[in-house]
Design a protein around this ligand. Structure first.
Ligand code: HMG
Ligand code: MG
Length: 298
């Protein structure tokens, strides 16, 4: 049976905008986050506290967090790869921090400049300090369904990193298809394997839509028992360390699917469509949501 309700985490302001080649003005980012909050999301990934040399697009995270209209009960999340990132996130009064690793060694090296084992040791103090400060802690596992450098990724590698993230104290772990290569049966297999590691209520599906499989993969994950999904308004994004990758599945398309399935999200699809139109115009990009384009053309 499908869940009656799912949580959709909006990652466009982070995963989407981190990949924009052109500079996105800070006020545009702030308006994007505020519009998304008004649309009803309970969790928005709004910033990254990473090296500005690695990802210059995210260098204004503190300014974004300082100016968004904070709403009660809303979880604003940010990526924190190390202690320096955690301290910046705390100063910015972020509610949830995200440690991000990978199930493939090559991607770990390219993305965060260390091995998987080294990353876990680097995350350990970050996780401990986050917990001590009462922050929510999320882990992200890239390349769970394939790696741009290594190809196939063994499911045991995914299980292993998910287990280590949970051991560090993560409340939730994101199982990410960084390059959008997974297909539905594979997705069901990976989540079935992960169900032997943890209750699936603690895992989320983070699907990029590079190969057009994301909605099918979400349906497969739903049927396996996953009830948290990440999505990016207007399908914004790509990944700076995954050549050829495109954005996350468009939030509008996921909401439309959920509506059709009778699954409650608490999010206003029309408001998200308007927000997708706003951000696509603001950054001068075609709207990457099929539902958004169809509705806006009416
Ligand atoms: P490093 O070079 O090994 O680390 O980078 P370092 O400690 O030697 O620091 C290098 C420089 O960065 C130093 O500056 C530090 O001060 C500075 P310098 O002395 O050269 O002037 N620095 C920082 N500055 C600001 N905030 C910080 C910070 N840390 C160091 N927190 C590091 C290691 C992890 C820092 C680097 O590799 C990095 O920042 N990587 C970020 C990669 C990234 O953001 N990737 C995109 C997000 S992940 C993603 O999109 C995948 C996801 O969506 C899931 C999926 O789809 O797969 C989550
Ligand atoms: Mg991603």
């Amino acid at each position: 049976a499908l869940p009656a309700r799912v949580k959709i985490v909006e990652v466009g302001p982070r995963d989407g905008l981190q990949a924009e080649a052109a500079h996105v003005p800070t006020p545009v980012k702030i308006e994007l986050v505020d519009r998304l909050a008004a649309a009803g999301f309970a969790n928005i990934e709004a910033a990254s506290f990473v090296s500005p040399k690695w990802v210059p697009q995210m260098a204004d995270g503190a300014d974004v967090m300082a100016s968004v209209t904070r709403r009660d009960g809303m979880i604003y999340s940010a990526l924190t790869p190390n202690m320096r990132g955690l301290e910046a996130a705390q100063a910015a009064r972020v509610d949830e921090v995200v440690i991000f690793g990978a199930a493939s060694e090559s991607f770990s090296q390219r993305n965060i400049n260390c091995s998987i084992a080294e990353s876990i040791e680097r995350f350990r103090p970050v996780a401990a300090a986050a917990k001590a400060a009462g922050l929510r802690l999320r882990g992200s596992v890239s390349c769970a369904f394939g790696c741009p450098f290594e190809g196939e990724v063994p499911v045991q590698a995914v299980q292993d990193v998910v287990r280590r993230m949970l051991d560090l104290g993560c409340d939730e772990v994101d199982v990410a298809d960084t390059i959008g290569v997974g297909t539905a049966r594979q997705v069901a297999g990976v989540f079935d394997a992960l169900a032997t590691v943890t209750p699936l209520s603690r895992l989320s599906g983070h699907f990029h839509d590079t190969y057009g499989q994301a909605l099918a993969n979400i349906l497969a994950a739903l049927q396996s028992g996953v009830s948290i999904f990440h999505a990016s308004v207007a399908g914004l994004g790509g990944c700076p360390y995954a050549p050829g990758a495109t954005g996350n599945v468009a939030t509008e398309d996921v909401l439309y699917l959920m509506e059709g399935l009778g699954i409650v999200t608490g999010i206003d699809l029309d408001a998200v469509i308007d927000t997708g139109d706003f951000i696509s115009r603001a950054i001068g990009r075609p709207n990457g949501s099929r539902v958004g384009r169809a509705r806006l053309a009416r």
